[in-house]
Design a protein around this ligand. Sequence first.
Ligand code: UDX
Length: 423
Amino acid sequence: MKITIVGGGYVGLVTGACFADAGNEVTIVESDTKKAGMINEKTAPIYEPGLEPILGKTIGKNLRAELSYDSVRTSDLTFICVGTPANDDGSANLSFLESASRSIGTALQKPTGYHVVVVKSTVPPGTTGDLVRPAVLTAAHKKENDIGFAMNPEFLREGRAIEDFQNPDRIVIGSSSSMAGDRVADAYRRFQSPVVRTSLAAAEMIKYTSNAFLATKISFANEIGNICKELGIDVYEVMKGVGLDQRIGSKFLDAGAGFGGSCFPKDVSSLTILAERAGIDPQILRAVLAVNEQQPHRLVALLENRAGQISGKRIAVLGLAFKDNTDDVRDSRAIPVIRELLEKGARVAAFDPMAGPNMQKIFPSIEYAGSAADALLGADACLVMTEWPEFSRINHEFDGMKKRIIIEGRHILTCDGKEGICW
Ligand code: UDX
């Protein structure tokens, strides 16, 4: 099939590359000339294991990046993969989506075959039908049935996006007509996963609900973890026994510093706003966010409990990325922790295998060490904020500390003398 992807970011680039790898002819429409250039040079502008080898195989053959929307006119499908960042009030900013919809409509003004516009961006339920569809049809000067509309959410984890795209637990397709949905299903015909066919709004809600439930599991694990901490129980022992219940499952029950990233905080906030606008009081969702906001402060309180006054003290922070295997610091739990340490007058020495440069844009004045050992040298205490596998191998590096006060926000260390936020 001929597929256009609008937006060459985390979702669009991975989606385009994987569809090209499956034999489709794919054009990625990317407004950032530098990013488009990198893609056409077979260089990935984002860190995703497995992505560059796919670019190497497909660029120049059946994958390319372009600045213009021209390819829309001759494609069978156009996936919209633009960002929907949070507004200040927590609601979803849909301006990029609206602008992309209008550009797609303009490209479809000239006579074309049947075309399907597919929203893959995470959007509040009702967006595809009430915003994207009218914007496209108006710009295209076309009627309802000339263009099909669908909603096909992604469930990609950063750092594992290629693996998640190629091995989906399910493929969700919401559509305005069965013809539109069939066209999208055809693009996934080589995948073995169950396909859920539903309405546009239900597909949008499946995405929000999936992320909100995963975030709820994490905040639930953290609340149980906070209780266990007071009772001298290791919550990881508890969750081992809980997670074996098939109805619960063991994944996403890792207590710690809380969830970060560009999705969970944004999507749960957006769903909370949506509920309030619908006249429903989102008590659980609000509590999920409240527990998540509290975890970093609990970590600093635990540090002060062990180290006393931290003003003027050197505190090593190991891990800046919001999770392992990425350089992304968006909503990283390390951000509120570093902010509070600085407010309390501590001197922060940070280390992260990949995310230092990105965190430097937020906290330019703290020390960025080249290794964990350098960050730990002379430190009065250490906080572990990201579950980098290499941190599990750190041991003698702690000997360089002035005091061996080691506090984990992630259950990752194997050395002696550590203490966890919930264990
Ligand atoms: C998430 C969803 O998993 C994915 O399906 C969706 O498409 C996008 O949002 P991502 O944000 O990339 O993916 O990361 P994820 O691996 O889900 O972790 C999110 C955050 O939760 C990280 O900060 C991680 O450290 C934290 N986390 C995860 C926990 O604190 N405990 C857990 O058990 C799992």
